[in-house]
Design a protein around this ligand. Structure first.
Ligand code: TYD
Length: 133
């Protein structure tokens, strides 16, 4: 459900040398099994366009900003991610599309499982069927 998608605030240590953000313990509700990142993304790129059956992800705009469009089959939300200490938790069964990348943007993704194409739903009609099953 779209209400289960939430912004997670990453705790920071701030002093005159800058900011240090830490993800550990109970900050995210899953065990991290994979880390990947998007960079050198053309500003007119369109990414995502799929859902996952089981995967949980935390999406963090390490640098720059982008828009995440999420759908659960009933509702749609658009979330602009633009702070490196605010990540978006995307639970399973959520369709996501990402666009409006700023130039030089770096998008970090923490994931609950290793890459598995079997976990993807890449057709929106299949997604709606999955939600109704
Ligand atoms: P995809 O998940 O479709 O990218 P995005 O959601 O960012 O648009 O993945 C793009 C390609 O990269 C696809 O061929 C699968 C491959 N890939 C991996 O090999 N390992 C990974 O961990 C990820 C996320 C993708």
């Amino acid at each position: 459900k779209i209400e289960d998608v939430e912004i997670i605030e990453i705790p920071r240590v701030h002093d005159e040398r800058g900011l240090l953000a830490v993800i550990e313990g109970e900050i995210i509700p899953f065990e991290i099994k994979r880390v990947y990142y998007l960079y050198d993304v053309p500003t007119d790129a369109f990414r995502g366009g799929h859902a996952h059956k089981e995967l949980n992800q935390l999406i963090i705009p390490l640098s720059g900003s982008f828009d995440v469009h999420i759908k659960d089959g009933d509702n749609t939300r658009i979330i602009n991610l633009n702070k490196p200490h605010k990540g978006l938790l995307i639970v399973p069964g959520i369709w996501r599309e990402i666009d409006n990348f700023s130039s030089g943007c770096v998008c970090l993704v923490l994931a609950s499982a290793e890459y598995d194409e079997e976990d993807y739903i890449r057709e929106y009609s299949d997604f709606l069927a999955f939600k109704n099953s």
